[in-house]
Write a protein that binds this ligand. Structure first.
Ligand code: NAP
Length: 321
């Protein structure tokens, strides 16, 4: 089968289309999926660069996929051949004609969504749900800020918060991204690259601040987030690309707090809860993946380059298989 692989860590150019890769077979509690599309996440670029867990070479890139179940191993009861599914993690690598995934990391893809849309679900929607609902315990009526509402996780978090009756504001880094994030459901969106966006965000809450912040760039915004939170406010750190100088005392008077999220450290029970919520969300319509750009397998390196260089996200980058 064909698969997008790399034989050493490095720049996007290390990604190659291999054409003679052995088709995997599913073991106990595993599902074999004929992949139709794969989502590209920042995590894929960290793995490729050697900045995440060590991998064996050649390594097939990709966690998020969508496709059709080909066969199942012993112990699998939730999925059957012919089911439309998505993944947020695989055993053999997602960007390939076939992949094997542990059943805990597979969910059903509703027929209302295309495979390309399905490839946008895994890591972004699971992260959004875990951050907003399981960790921040956000509730209807809460003021929520999605700090980075134009990218993969931001799109999912905005849709989820809106569906749960929260008041959602966001940020993006370009005018196009701002229009996109508003169209996706944010009440108001400000430019995180312009000075003054913090004051504008506070004004949006009549000065009260935010109950919950979903933070994509804590290395830039952590100090601002302390200003932006209201009493008992919670900031969930989804992304951070470096160190930051902050004054922890700013959390004391408001008794606000920060907490990190790691979607791939979720327990089996958490994964089942999230899967149920995402499957219900597909049926009720709040799960509406947004695709920024699509590449064929042989241009996977361009997909990775775009993800790391783009300054104005408008949803997900995917690879069609
Ligand atoms: P993405 O699709 O590339 O989007 C990146 C987002 O960050 C865009 O909305 C971008 O806005 C925004 N951004 C850039 N500079 C910002 C700033 N100064 N302040 C606020 N937002 C800013 O990536 P993603 O898939 O949404 O992931 C976002 C981050 O979360 C990445 O660092 C990723 O590694 C991490 N992540 C972590 C987990 C976890 O389990 N902890 C799971 C998934 C993702 P513009 O492009 O409009 O400027």
């Amino acid at each position: 089968m064909k698969a997008v692989q790399f034989h050493k860590y490095g720049d996007p150019e290390v990604l190659q289309l291999s054409t003679k890769v052995a088709k995997p077979t599913p073991g106990e509690n595993q599902v074999l999926i004929r992949v139709m599309a794969a989502g590209v996440n920042p995590l894929d670029t960290y793995v490729r660069a050697g900045d995440f867990e060590e991998v064996a070479f050649p390594h097939t890139t990709g966690f998020d996929t969508a496709g059709v179940v080909e066969s199942v191993g012993p112990g699998v009861e939730t999925f059957a051949p012919g089911d439309r599914v998505y993944t947020l993690k695989t055993v053999t690598g997602g960007c390939a004609e076939f992949t094997v995934a542990d059943q805990n990391y597979v969910g059903h893809l509703d027929k209302a969504l295309s495979f390309e849309e399905g490839a946008c679900i895994g890591i972004p929607y699971y992260t959004a749900y875990k951050a907003l609902i399981l960790l921040a315990r956000a509730r209807p009526g809460d003021n929520v800020l999605i700090h980075g509402a134009s990218g993969g996780v931001g799109v999912a978090a905005t849709q989820l918060a809106k569906a749960r009756g929260m008041n959602v504001n966001g940020t993006a880094g370009t005018d196009e991204g701002i229009s996109f994030a508003k169209d996706n459901g944010c009440m108001n969106v400000f430019n995180h690259r312009l000075r003054g966006h913090v004051n504008q965000l506070v004004d949006e809450t009549d000065g009260g601040g935010y109950d919950v912040i979903i933070e994509m760039a804590a290395h830039v915004n952590m100090s601002n987030d302390m200003e932006l939170m209201r009493r008992n406010g919670r900031t969930i750190i989804v992304g951070s690309a470096g160190e930051v100088n902050v004054s922890p005392s700013n959390t004391m008077e408001k008794e606000s707090w920060f907490r990190g999220v790691s979607v791939l450290s979720s327990s089996p029970e958490e994964l089942v809860e999230i899967r149920n919520a995402i499957e219900a969300g597909q049926r009720s319509g709040w799960v509406r993946p947004r695709i920024d750009s699509s590449f064929p397998m042989q241009k996977a390196s361009e997909a990775h380059k775009l993800l790391t260089s783009r300054k104005g996200a408008k949803g997900k980058i995917i690879i069609t298989v």
